[in-house]
Design a protein around this ligand. Structure first.
Ligand code: CA2
Length: 387
């Protein structure tokens, strides 16, 4: 697999100025890091930078037979229809990357004229965004996903992966975490989505509006619910068995999974799986997880402090009446393990059937690393819900 990395105007200055926005890594460092990240997924790269629009277009046109392109078009992002057309003209999955959070700066940076011809847009993750883009291209190559909109907004899409077997296929709904921040997306779960699809599950990896892009305690759970209900419209065509559907929520996505499991939709989920889930917003707020994200999410659209606790807490969503599988690493430095301990205790007290695993010496991200022992243990347990 060969991936071309293209950087546009002024990115040759990386690491020399504006470190508060772009960090202190130089372009040469980034390109070397890309070489290593590509090696990890069995790929090679060619890296290219230019300050000239026409050069970037020529380079895109010459890349029409590679396996993927990672492009940071620099300021051309915001107005170059010529670069947009060049990306559209080549049949290569292209991921748009921005080091900074372009949605949280000058208003003119919020517009990207290339986003809708790219398979993904990654922004605000610093230079790690290039790593995630390379991984995303590799994941799409390993197991292609069909990205299907479930609503009109940019974030109202989900990736469907279906096993090659005859079916009907049981379904896993995946809800990613990231403290509902718009810089974190569903690409985080590509690896476990592919592992589950290999195991015989159809996977529905949901994107949803997050804080800063129209998401809050009201709109985000509503969008997730729409995403889940929208499966009914494609179930027959894709041979999905919605009577064998489970939901997995990771971290803050765990809260969304719980809200959705508490909804009265038919058929109900067969089980809920929480990977270091936020089970209770109030408890998470008190534990100050996510550096203020919980408070921002809870306050909702009005920003009114008095509405802070208007989102249902676990006492209102429990018992769920379906089996719960909750796992948490005792070295989790993002969502403290105590939150899961009290959540599962509460669920069991209220009558839910709960299986709880605490993994010793395990941190937060390990749970969504498809190669980790922790994930393989979880996945084996999840497989039991298929029958
Ligand atoms: O955040 C990004 O990666 C950007 O694509 C970077 C572009 C900017 O025009 C986009 O709006 C967002 C290029 C900025 C590079 O400019 C520098 C200036 C001084 C020092 C280093 C880089």
């Amino acid at each position: 697999m060969h991936i071309v990395i293209i950087n546009g105007p002024n990115l040759n200055l990386l690491g020399t100025r504006a470190p508060e926005i772009y960090g202190s890594t130089t372009l040469q460092d980034v390109e070397e890091m890309c070489t290593r990240w590509a090696e990890e997924v069995g790929a090679t790269i060619t890296a290219y930078q230019s300050n000239h629009e026409g050069d970037l277009i020529d380079r895109l046109q010459r890349s029409s037979s590679v396996d993927g392109i990672v492009i940071n078009p620099g300021a051309f992002t915001h107005y170059s229809y010529a670069i947009r057309d060049a990306i559209e003209a080549i049949p290569v999955p292209t991921v748009e990357v921005h080091i900074s959070n372009i949605h949280d700066r000058e208003p003119w940076r919020r517009t990207s004229v290339v986003s809708d011809v790219c398979v993904a847009t990654i922004f605000g993750r610093g230079v790690d965004g290039y790593r995630d883009a390379i991984r995303h291209i590799a994941a799409r190559a390993a197991w292609p996903a069909e990205t299907i909109p479930y609503g009109p907004a940019r974030d109202e899409v989900a990736d469907l992966r279906v096993p090659p077997t005859a079916g009907p296929h049981p379904v896993v709904v995946l809800i990613h975490g990231g403290f509902w921040r718009e810089t974190v997306g569903r690409d985080l779960l590509d690896g476990i989505a592919i592992d589950l699809t290999r195991r015989g599950w159809a996977t529905w990896n949901i994107e949803y509006p997050r804080i800063g892009s129209g998401g809050d305690r009201v709109t985000t759970p509503a969008a997730v619910e729409t995403a889940i209900r929208s499966l009914a419209a494609i179930a027959e065509d894709r041979n999905l068995d919605l009577s064998r559907m489970i939901v997995i929520g990771c971290g803050s996505g765990g809260y969304l999974a719980i809200r959705s499991a508490a909804e009265e939709h038919e058929p109900r989920f067969r089980a809920l799986v929480g990977l270091a889930p936020i089970g209770d917003l109030e408890a998470a707020d008190h534990a100050a997880v996510g550096d203020g994200a919980v408070a921002a999410f809870m306050q909702g659209p009005s920003g009114d402090e008095s509405e802070r606790y208007a989102a249902p807490s676990s006492d209102e969503t429990l018992p769920l009446g379906i089996p719960l599988l909750v796992v948490h690493g005792d070295r989790d430095d993002r969502i403290p393990v105590e939150l899961s301990r009290s959540f599962v205790g509460r669920a069991a007290d209220l009558g839910d059937t709960v299986v709880y695993h605490e993994f010793e010496g395990v941190g937060h991200d390990v749970l969504i690393d498809p190669e980790s022992t922790a994930w393989q243990t979880v996945a084996d347990e999840i497989d039991r819900f298929r029958r």
